[in-house]
Design a protein around this ligand. Sequence first.
Ligand code: MTE
Length: 336
Amino acid sequence: MLIKLPRSSDCKASEITPEHLYLSRRSLLGASLAGVAVSALPRIGSAEPSRYADVESGNTPGWFVEKLKDTNWQAVNVKGESITPFKDATHYNNFYEFGPDKGDPAANAGSLKTEPWSVVVDGEVGKPGRYALEDFIKPARMEERIYRLRCVEAWSMVIPWLGFPLSALLKQVEPGSNARYVRFETLQDPKSMPGQRSGFALIDWPYAEGLRLDEAMNPLAILAVGMYGRELANQNGAPLRLVVPWKYGFKSIKSIVRISLVAEQPGTTWQGLAPDEYGFYANVNPSVDHPRWTQARERRLPSGLFSPNVRDTLMFNGYADEVASLYTGLDLRKNY
Ligand code: MTE
């Protein structure tokens, strides 16, 4: 995000879905959301049928196939807004471990090895340890959460995530009485992550993020393991990423390998790089501008020069009813 980005109108032609394809996807999608018989829909690999059009199959792990059988579909939805085509959600990404350009993660993240995967839980917890991903997945019922994703760079998408509440994992590891914040860390593996080998990267790896414990316990905060009815694509943060829909996208840290319960507010990647630009809270707020991007409006992808799709940004990204009470008495201009 410190790297100079194209202006909102500069979306590359290759990133824009031709309108006839986009419209046919939308009609298919509308049909699937209206509850068309699942067997009539396209299949992804050996897993469950996809509920979404034009979804590329991945290397679906066995545990994911099992979880799909009992998934609570559309547990949370966004009414009246189209879901972003799969192609856009998986080819316009920020994942600096795989390079600075929007297309780099899709091009380079194939090298990420996501199985086996473990997560270290440490700090102020009753049950610290190295957990296999399955330890967290097994007890949880998978839910589909269709959320807006608003990047601080003023673009946005609507993505159907599959995952489980972060609060479920936190309860499982038993936060201690001194725990006030949760810190997350991404994998550091320069061998598979070319961005971490680059001499030009400004980031002090590993990428780190944090939430206040009460934010982390909010029912909207989830850990995602899938999207569009399939497992997460590597470029979207496989196999485990955070999704905090009322905050700018950079809070939603990808490919998590460490979760620490801590007493003090942890340092985070973007706040450490440019504290005047990126705050710890990073709540979506149309009335507090970033020095380089107005936050009042956003470009909903796909959006191009000749078919701009620009809309007003909503306070807390439209989730004020669920989260505004977390910030009572906090000056959101200072605590951006
Ligand atoms: N997590 C890691 N580890 N590295 C990153 O570069 N980028 C963040 C966030 N999580 C990032 C990350 C930013 S800036 C955004 S906007 C979202 O991921 C983008 O998520 P998406 O690519 O799935 O849309």
